[in-house]
Design a protein around this ligand. Structure first.
Ligand SMILES: NC(=O)c1ccc[n+]([C@@H]2O[C@H](COP(=O)([O-])OP(=O)(O)OC[C@H]3O[C@@H](n4cnc5c(N)ncnc54)[C@H](O)[C@@H]3O)[C@@H](O)[C@H]2O)c1
Length: 400
């Protein structure tokens, strides 16, 4: 890919454009400025001849030149330290266009990430730990792209101090997660899991599963009123529930606009019949729902967590379940994933656990993989990424 700067405007041309004579029809504004293909060709040549850091014309076409604003020199390298996808073909196809060498690993700890990403300019990751030690050890690193929304596995402060950009891909799975949270709420309300299992075992009996309560008129408490929390609120209102929400970073007015009443965490815990959690995992939200908070819940409450496992104190939750102090629980996320087979949370009839699948649909996964790769491409080619988590790094990008 090539970028020509023409006064303040910059135009990006892919290799295939360079090889075709039809680019004018695709760039009407360009057509207006350059009235002949020859002129454009000359402009391109001038632009290339100014690319002093690249080794040859071919490399310049494949790789990076100063006109693209990139700070990365030489062979571009991307390490996929772990990913939820079966293969890395999409990343390879997208990043191969700029000549990047893409390698795929299955790292689960710091030293594996350091080994895998030793020569990498960009790390793409799902849950592998990109800690301070990792970032300090990787001198070539300019960016980290998280496959998905939650980036609690990345030390963003360390990245910012090292002028490493961190980006996530927040837009492509919110409705899937909201659907999953609502599916858990409905399944637990209607006791589908237990009744289904009993029917498959040859029973035809619903009476033993009473009480089954109606959702109509019940209070649903949403903790974390961001993209997913809002969609859950919207869906739950259609079941004629009363929606309340706790989020210290969202105004009362913004909540009211979406039909939710703002309240304190304590009030939400005490009055809700259903609670759905949608906060990021941060220092502030780690074990946000601990022993004290669990003690405030109604005995019949349905508690659903599709955010991050460590937002709930899982030991305290197991204790509450053992004491029968909680109606039912739906968890798509656990403090430890995957859980060991003896994890007590797996042993309750009134708990549904799903394997961190809320984000997934055929559509969301395809979009996620593609957009993560495009974000990595933007970092490597010096373009502005779409979803920087630490945008302050953008003005301080350094040479690697
Ligand atoms: N289960 C899955 O597959 C899956 C998929 C995607 C995302 N997630 C998780 O869901 C989380 C939420 O995603 P989102 O897209 O809605 O994020 P978001 O950033 O749009 O919303 C998060 C909301 O939480 C609020 N918040 C932050 N700290 C809080 C606190 N201490 N108390 C209450 N609210 C607080 C924020 O103000 C924000 O409104 C992600 O961070 C991720 O961990 C899980």
């Amino acid at each position: 890919m090539l970028r020509i700067r023409e006064r303040s405007k910059s135009i990006v041309l892919t290799k295939s454009f360079l090889n075709t004579s039809h680019y004018f029809s695709s760039f009407p504004r360009l057509n207006a400025r350059f009235n002949s293909a020859r002129l454009l060709t000359r402009c391109l040549e001038t632009s290339l001849s100014e690319c002093t850091s690249a080794e040859s014309l071919n490399e310049r076409r494949k790789g990076i030149c100063p006109h693209q604003g990139s700070r990365v020199r030489g062979q571009l390298a991307v390490a996929i330290t772990d990913s939820p996808f079966e293969n890395g073909e999409k990343e390879q196809a997208i990043l191969g266009r700029i000549g990047a060498n893409v390698r795929r690993f299955h790292c689960t700890n710091e030293s594996e990430v350091i080994d895998a990403a030793r020569n990498a300019h960009v790390i793409m990751c799902d849950t592998s730990p990109v800690t301070r030690k990792v970032i300090d050890s990787l001198s070539k690193l300019v960016g980290v792209v998280e496959y998905g929304i939650g980036y609690d596995n990345i030390d963003v402060n360390a990245a910012t101090e090292n002028r490493v950009l961190v980006c996530n891909v927040p837009d492509f799975m919110t409705s899937e997660v909201a659907d999953h949270a609502v599916a858990l709420i409905l399944a637990l309300t209607r006791k589908l899991d237990r009744i289904g299992r009993s029917t498959r075992a040859g029973e035809w009996n619903w009476r033993e599963f009473r009480p089954i309560s109606s959702l109509d008129g019940r209070t649903v408490g949403i903790i974390g009123f961001g993209s997913i929390g809002r969609q859950v609120a919207e869906r739950m209102r259609s079941f004629r529930t009363r929606v309340i929400a706790y989020d210290p970073y969202v105004t009362r007015e913004a909540m009211e606009k979406l039909g939710a009443r703002s309240c304190s965490l304590d009030d939400l815990l005490e009055v809700s019949d259903v609670i759905s959690i949608h906060v990021p995992l941060t220092k502030e939200t780690r074990q946000l729902i601990g022993r004290k908070e669990l003690a405030r819940l109604k005995d019949s409450v349905i508690l659903v967590n599709t955010s991050r496992g460590s937002v709930i104190d899982q030991e305290a939750l197991v204790e509450s379940l053992r004491k029968g102090r909680i109606g039912a629980v739906g968890l798509d996320v656990l403090a430890r994933e995957p859980p060991i087979s003896t994890d007590p949370i797996l042993g309750f009839e009134n708990v549904i656990v799903t394997p961190h699948v809320g984000w997934y649909s055929e559509q969301s996964s395809s979009r996620l993989q593609e957009h993560a790769a495009l974000e990595a491409e933007r970092i490597l080619t010096g373009q502005r990424p779409e979803h920087p988590v630490n945008p302050e790094v953008l003005s301080k990008r350094k040479d690697r």
